[in-house]
Design a protein. Structure first.
Length: 142
């Protein structure tokens, strides 16, 4: 009974107690996929869709390139027109003020004097003369 007996395999191993270790990439390889052929109809449809989309994209880009210079020239014209509108608005405002002034009954006398050389008889005329001119005239006339 004390004789050496062959060792028996362990009864059970505790696999659930092992730590998770990353698998070695050399050991674990995915099986090579067999080359699957796509249906010809699907390939043709996809190719046709791509061709149509590329054609539409090229047409859109070329149209935008042709429209861009026209749009820039229109922007320049718009800026010129806006500048002219600002100048004209200033002129219209000035003329509107003049119009209201011309039809103001209290300013009719002043307007008549401005537009003609006549002076109100009640108003005295002031004539400016140079003092040096007066000194010369005094010496000549005794």
């Amino acid at each position: 009974m004390n004789a050496i007996q062959p060792s028996s395999p362990p009864l059970r191993t505790n696999n659930h107690l092992r730590l998770a270790t990353p698998p070695n990439p050399r050991q674990r390889r995915k099986p090579a996929k067999a080359a699957t052929k796509l249906p010809v109809g699907l390939v043709m449809e996809t190719t046709l869709k791509l061709a149509v989309n590329v054609t539409l994209s090229v047409a859109a880009v070329s149209t935008l390139m042709r429209i861009l210079p026209y749009q820039l020239s229109q922007q320049e014209k718009l800026q010129e027109i806006r500048a002219e509108v600002n100048v004209t608005e200033g002129r219209v405002n000035r003329l509107r003020d003049d119009f209201s002034r011309h039809f103001d009954p209290q300013q009719t006398k002043a307007l008549m004097q401005e537009q003609s050389n006549r002076v109100d008889p009640k108003q005295l005329q002031v004539v400016w003369t140079n003092v040096a001119d007066l000194a010369d005239t005094d010496e000549v006339t005794p």
